[in-house]
Design a protein. Structure first.
Ligand code: NAD
Length: 371
């Protein structure tokens, strides 16, 4: 069983899909591991560190590979020389990169999309969306704090008092929860909103104030699989009114709202931005999925009505060392959980296998893609 670790080719991608720690563990399972030269450099991991744990560091890591690991999906021409039926295990962006999924099928590879990991307890340690969103939520607050021309905490000084920043977090999933915690740690007064009612208690338990639409029903409890769906027009209208009345008083807004397989919901309009104080900062974590904020542009600081609007197309890539360490563990936790000692390779079960498998036997087989 040969596992190949690729150097990422996508623009701005600084992460790597295996760390020296996980390479060592794969070898302990009985696999051989080939790491493409320079794969870890942008995540502060040298070739030497991979060699030291027993990896073969080479320019042609993919040759004879049975499993190819990536952070993002490799292009098919990067995979020539991999064994027939090899597994491609990465964040494959199945909806966005549908053509490439078809190409994996045509080339006979079995593509496994890690972002389709079901949200069940036993798969939590394999969930790349969670591990990466958590870091993204943290980084978003730091970036916003850095662009903000004032301090976050209240400070009483001999020269007078600096008042605390008011931060509003929209969307309280994994990223939003970490954004609340980070903004609180920095000393901001934090409020937050979501469409899923279960998040209200989570917001309060982090010491922030929940701001919720009260007159129209949102999503009961956690929502299906922990995910939100598109809201009714009536709800959207009520939410817009709520945001309008709240946002004018905020200094920092972090938006994180996503709906799986769809464009991100629009939460903040240009007219609402115009009501904010000059010098306020908005970080749009959904900018790469279409954006929660009108006028946000990936990887640019846009200034509208004196308000800075920012969002990275790939926020976890701005914390490459930690993001890689956690991503690598997600992949290891996944493959090792299914490792069959007798066969010397992983064998998937139906629940997880069917959820994440995109292609097999020359065909696209995933229900979510065929639907
Ligand atoms: P996500 O990235 O899909 O969305 C981010 C947040 O935006 C969600 O909380 C969503 O409800 C919210 N949102 C969507 N539309 C909105 C709107 N119009 N207005 C305001 N907010 C909106 O979600 P996520 O961070 O991946 O996780 C969501 C939930 O899943 C969390 O409760 C998390 O604890 C749970 N989860 C469970 C597991 C597991 O059990 N294995 C793993 C990961 C996450």
């Amino acid at each position: 069983m040969k596992i190949a670790v690729l150097r990422e080719r996508a623009a701005g991608e600084s992460r790597v899909s295996a760390s020296p720690e996980t390479v060592k563990k794969f070898i302990a399972l009985g696999a051989t591991v080939a790491v493409e030269s320079g794969a870890g450099v942008t995540a502060s991991i040298s070739d030497e560190e991979y060699r030291a744990v027993g990896a073969d560091v080479t320019d042609n890591a993919v040759a004879g590979a049975d499993i190819v690991l990536g952070v993002q999906g490799p292009e098919v021409d990067q995979l020539s020389g991999a064994n027939p039926g090899a597994w491609i295990v990465a964040g494959l962006d199945p909806f966005g990169k549908r053509e490439r999924v078809n190409a994996y099928a045509a080339a006979g590879f079995e593509a496994l999309a890690m972002e389709f990991m079901p949200r069940i307890t036993r798969a939590q340690s394999m969930d790349i969306l969670s591990s990466q969103s958590n870091l993204a939520g943290y980084k978003a607050v730091l970036v916003a704090a850095n662009l903000y021309g004032r301090a976050f905490p209240m400070m009483m000084t001999a020269a007078g008092t600096v008042s605390a920043a008011k931060a509003f977090i929209m969307g309280v999933g994994v990223a939003g929860l970490q954004a609340i915690a980070t903004a609180r740690r920095l000393g901001a007064q934090v409020s937050a909103t979501d469409v899923r009612s279960a998040t209200k208690e989570q917001i309060q338990s982090l010491g922030a104030k929940p701001i919720f639409v009260e007159n129209v029903a949102g999503i009961e409890g956690e929502g299906a699989g922990g995910y939100a769906t598109e809201m009714s027009e009536e709800y959207q209208k009520a939410q817009a009114e709520l945001v309008s009345s709240h946002i004018a008083k905020q200094d920092i807004v972090i938006t994180t709202a996503l709906i799986p397989g769809r464009a991100a919901p629009r939460l903040i309009s240009d007219a609402q931005i115009a009501t904010m104080k000059p010098g306020s900062v908005i970080f749009d974590l959904a900018v790469a999925q279409g954006g929660n904020v009108e006028g946000s542009v990936p990887d640019q600081v846009v200034e509208k009505h004196g308000v800075k609007i920012v969002g990275y197309s790939n926020t976890p890539a701005h914390l490459p060392a930690d993001a890689s360490a956690l991503f690598s563990r997600n992949l290891y936790n996944f493959l090792s959980a299914f490792w069959d000692k007798e066969q010397g390779k992983p064998v998937l079960d139906e629940e997880i296998g069917n959820a994440i498998r995109l292609t097999q036997g020359g065909k696209v087989v995933n229900e979510r893609l065929l639907a």
